[in-house]
Design a protein around this ligand. Structure first.
Ligand code: HEC
Length: 112
């Protein structure tokens, strides 16, 4: 391997490592945010919403939760209540919240 291709490989490896850590969701931060902002409606455990028309979040797929929150934020999915909730969330908040709720045992399906 000549010097240049080694540099390219090293740069690619550094990029992969950097983007990997940027994508890693912070579940603990998600939990803190969820208890502060979301639990009032979706329940402390994500399974006991205050109204039967409010969805359960616990155990839903992480990528679905990211999609739903991103869509409320962008307006692609329309709901007045959740649009207001999602507006202030950053991309990192959304990933953290999704990681947290996806990690909880859901009552919607067979437990994993
Ligand atoms: C004031 C009550 C309220 C609060 C607070 C609230 N939500 Fe919601 N949430 C709702 C309602 C109502 C819906 C159903 C909206 C719809 O029909 O699209 C919903 C829907 C959702 C959905 C879609 C679920 C599905 O199965 O399609 C997600 C994800 C979600 N909320 C996440 C959150 C998160 C994360 C927070 C905190 C940042 C939060 N919500 C705070 C009331 C609330």
């Amino acid at each position: 391997m000549n010097k240049m291709s080694f540099g390219a490989v090293a740069a690619a490896a550094a990029f992969i490592l950097a983007s990997g850590s940027a994508l890693a969701a912070d579940r603990a931060a998600g939990e803190a945010k969820a208890q502060a902002q979301c639990a009032a409606c979706h329940g402390k455990d994500g399974n006991t919403p205050i109204d039967p028309s409010y969805p359960k979040l616990a155990g839903q797929y992480q990528d679905f939760l990211i999609q739903a929150l991103s869509d409320y934020k962008s307006g692609a999915r329309k709901n007045a209540i959740m649009a207001a909730q999602a507006q202030a969330l950053s991309k990192a908040d959304i990933e953290n919240l999704a990681a947290y709720y996806a990690s909880l045992p859901g009552s919607l399906k067979t437990r994993r």
